[in-house]
Design a binder for this molecule. Structure first.
Ligand SMILES: [Fe+2]
Length: 507
């Protein structure tokens, strides 16, 4: 049992003061007990600990503890304990204080719950915002798949159905997150949704059971829209909260729907821009081929071989694709070269050679104002530079020649030497390889030539496969590597045609 001395040490001065004031305000025969650690202590001039079984045999008394229920009990039963009118206000004050404390604790709990929920919402929206980066290539459906379950949980819904996910694609099937729904229930929800896009909150279980499905208790439907165009719905089904769905859940769904709508539209605009870029490259390649029918398909072959070299060098995918597009455009300057020079079947005079040597600068001038093609400029301007500084147009040497140009130079020279022209056969492959090997370090980057020679079987298969003047849309958007099974051996040497200079200006 708690000793009086121990009780006097344990009880807080504030509680003791309250208890003594209460004791002084009460009639003389009314005891005041304070609960300390589950034991009762009588408040008097000296504290007196009471044994558990004695408490029940005490005269009418007021039990005073820090628990709110005890305080309420004091007020309710004060008159039974003999408290007079002058005492009741004090007891009421005490009880009110405890009730207020209780209320404040409940408010704190509520606020803590709300803060926790807002924090979860904030983390969710932040994660969603990180996914909206258009450069990471994630489409809206993929983002939706990643956030759907969390969104369902944050909305306190048993299930979340997403109908449609893009303003321009209504073919996507409904996605369900959380607890799976029967197909018949989803179809019933689809039929139930109104034609006009506006948020709907329904928590009337009996009506919903008749309108949708027997197990439907509550519904929160938010339209997915961009501008005036409604392209789908978020439908939260059966709230886990006893209060049903409310404005908090509706606001979260509306915010998410709005963000996804903007993302879907931005993605569409970005793809339109990319399509425009691809169309433009296609048009320029067609123009080069039309201008120089003798080398028709040269741009495509160089692009593919250059890309393969870049892949074998371990360059990242974005760089490989840039090498590919730059390879397609490397000779775009030939559009500005006189037809009589460009189409001349025989050897060129010095003047004609000087004329054709202008094509890198002409190509650079054609493309330099197109910001989306800026990555191709080094390849266009410098693909005829030599490692020893004897190339053109600027006589750059070594690594001052951009890598993209050093790669294209090898692919360009290989195609110029190996491909057939109407007026001559291509050089035998062995001879082409020998020229490349001997020119490594003087004309071409030895590392690029080394990669080319070490991977020649694969590169030759690429070159053969794309020995066509046509570039397809798929080629421009998603170039793929040649499967190993398609790699073919180089052909046997053909009938040797007239020798061709290694750094042919026609390349
Ligand atoms: Fe060229």
């Amino acid at each position: 049992m708690l000793s009086a001395e121990e009780a006097s040490r344990t009880i807080s001065p504030h509680t003791l003061l309250q208890a003594r004031r209460l004791r002084d305000a009460l009639p003389g025969d009314l005891a005041v007990l304070i609960e300390i650690n589950g034991e009762w202590v009588q408040v008097d001039k000296t504290l007196q600990a009471i044994a558990g079984d004695e408490v029940g045999r005490m005269p009418p008394c007021v039990r005073f503890s820090t628990g709110p229920q005890e305080a309420i009990e004091i007020r309710r039963s004060a008159s039974r304990y003999g408290a007079d009118r002058s005492t009741l206000p004090i007891l009421t004050l005490l009880a009110d204080a405890h009730e207020q404390l209780n209320l404040t604790m409940e408010q704190l709990d509520t606020l803590a719950d709300q803060t926790s929920h807002w924090l979860e919402e904030s983390c969710f929206l932040r994660r969603l915002a990180c996914m909206l980066d258009l450069t990471n290539g994630q489409d809206t459906e993929s983002i939706l798949d990643q956030i759907g379950d969390d969104l369902c949980t944050l909305c306190s819904a048993q299930s979340l159905v997403a109908l449609g996910s893009s303003p321009r694609d209504d073919t996507q099937p409904p996605r369900t997150f959380g607890h799976p729904l029967e197909p018949a229930t989803i179809e019933a929800i689809l039929r139930w949704l109104p034609a006009s896009p506006s948020t709907i909150i329904r928590n009337n279980r009996q009506e919903l059971a008749k309108e949708i499905a027997p197990d439907t208790e509550s519904i929160l439907a938010v339209p997915l829209a961009y501008g005036d165009q409604c392209f789908g719905w978020f439908v939260a089904v059966n709230s886990r909260s006893p209060d049903g769905f409310g404005t908090v859940e509706a606001t979260l769904l509306e915010t998410t729907a709005s963000v996804l709508g903007v993302h879907a539209n931005n993605l569409h605009l970005l793809r339109e821009q990319e399509q425009f870029l691809i169309d433009m490259v296609q048009a320029l390649v067609s123009a080069i081929d039309a201008k120089d029918p003798y080398t028709c398909g040269h741009s495509a072959r160089v692009a593919w071989v250059a890309r393969s070299i870049a892949e074998h060098m371990g360059l990242d995918e974005a760089t490989c694709h840039n090498v590919f597009l730059a390879g397609l455009l490397h000779d775009v300057g030939k559009i500005g070269v006189e037809d009589s020079v460009l189409r001349k079947p025989g050897r060129l005079t010095d003047e004609e050679f000087e004329e054709i040597k202008k094509h890198p600068r002409v190509g650079h001038r054609i493309l330099r104002h197109l910001k989306r093609l800026a990555f191709a400029l080094p390849g266009v301007l410098y693909h005829h530079e030599r490692l020893d500084g004897k190339g053109y147009p600027d006589g750059l040497a070594g690594t001052s020649i951009p890598l993209i140009a050093r790669i294209i130079a090898v692919a360009d020279s290989f195609d110029a030497m190996a491909s057939d022209r109407p007026y001559r056969k291509g050089m035998p492959i062995e001879k082409v390889l020998a020229i490349l090997r001997s020119g490594a370090g003087s004309q071409w980057d030895p590392e690029v030539v080394d990669v080319f020679l070490k991977n020649f079987d694969s590169l030759y298969a690429v070159w053969q496969r794309h020995n066509t003047p046509q570039i397809s849309y798929e080629d421009l958007t998603s170039p793929t590597r040649i499967p190993a099974t398609e790699v073919r051996k180089p052909p046997q040497p053909q009938t040797e045609g007239p020798p061709q200079p290694a750094n042919t200006p026609l390349g």
